[in-house]
Design a protein around this ligand. Sequence first.
Ligand SMILES: *Cc1c(COP(=O)(O)O)cnc(C)c1O
Length: 425
Amino acid sequence: MDDDVRFIYDQVERHHAWFATCLPLIASENVISPLARELLLSDFGDRYAEGLPRERYYQGNLFTDEVEIRVTELARKLFRVRHADPRLISGTVANMAVYFALLEPGDIMTSVALSHGAHISSARFGAAGMRGVNTVNYPFDVDRMGIDVDGTAKLLKLVKPKVAAFGQSLFLFPVPLRELGDAFQEAGCTVWYDGAHVLGLIAGGKFQDPLHEGADVMTGSTHKTLPGPQHGILLSDSGDEKFIKRLQRAVFPGVLSNHHLHAMAALGVTLAEHLEFGRAYADQIIRNAKALAQALHERGIQVLAERHGFTESHTVAMDVAAFGGGAKLALDLERANIITNKTLLPWDTSPVKPSGIRVGTQELTRLGMREPQMREVADLVARVVVKGEAPDRVAKDVAALRKEFNTVHFCFTPGAEAHRRWRLA
Ligand SMILES: *Cc1c(COP(=O)(O)O)cnc(C)c1O
């Protein structure tokens, strides 16, 4: 084999072997099901399809069209909405489509501040800035890690934004959309919900149902709590044909040409599996997050939103400033094979010294872990964070725990291995 090829294959092999011994706790990741993974290797990944099914600009789409139509139907069924667009190649690209469809340069959009957990795509130096959109941030209640409802209602009436955007990357509690209904009316704004993180919880009926609570459009990544391929989706229950046409045109030719047909097919399998297992999966993710938060708290770690039950989602946020800060501890945890990320917390004054560590339970849940294992995970985390134990010693016990949880659950192929099966034969 060519040296470079050998090198790359070797690194991927080592990554697989390593991850099979790790606790994956990044809140925005997941493992795809074996049936969905197979489709990522299919010839769909070598083809182009521009536009809408049966109205393509290229030939060769006889079967890709049929798949796209079925994937769209599955998404509409799962989210109980009239419009679904499965062509977006990521959550950020889905957000760009919303900017393109609903906002013009100079328009005002209200949104959550980055320091309160919003995603970079809503920032001036991200996609919002690229569209030239001016953002005004909501007042925030740091105690419950959510927008301040009264302050937000006042702001909406005062600013009258063209679009009111909601949704976060540090997303612990549902957004009070219903309570803001009158303010949306008075402002005359379009309501956009970025559900990237919580899409699988929403689809499982366990978080909130934005498109039936007042949101006009929802975007999301399909690989976070929805355990699918790295891809995106855009959904709406609007009956306004012009509005839907605007969204569709913003997707293509707006922000896409080809839309990664292999990932779209894999997304279809994910949606079918979520229709079958999504409710039980979402329920266990949230149970596990609550159990993990409680157990971390009991072991001396400050967990955010303690007075509000810590979390209603997959995410748990810790303030580890007292133990050396998020940057140091995320590295220490990685040495113990506990994979997390540092995160900025609302009270941080320096962006390069984040106090927080963010974790999510969706992937451990996918691997079959339940509440008893969350207490073991909290023990392992606390040994590194609180007791300052040598990470390599903790890593041995991490691997021992992980050994028993190496298959993908909540899918049509029970018992299939999570990290080993990736080569063609
Ligand atoms: C992850 C995330 C996105 C972007 O998703 P990608 O699929 O990574 O492009 C957008 N919005 C929020 C709130 C996110 O957390």
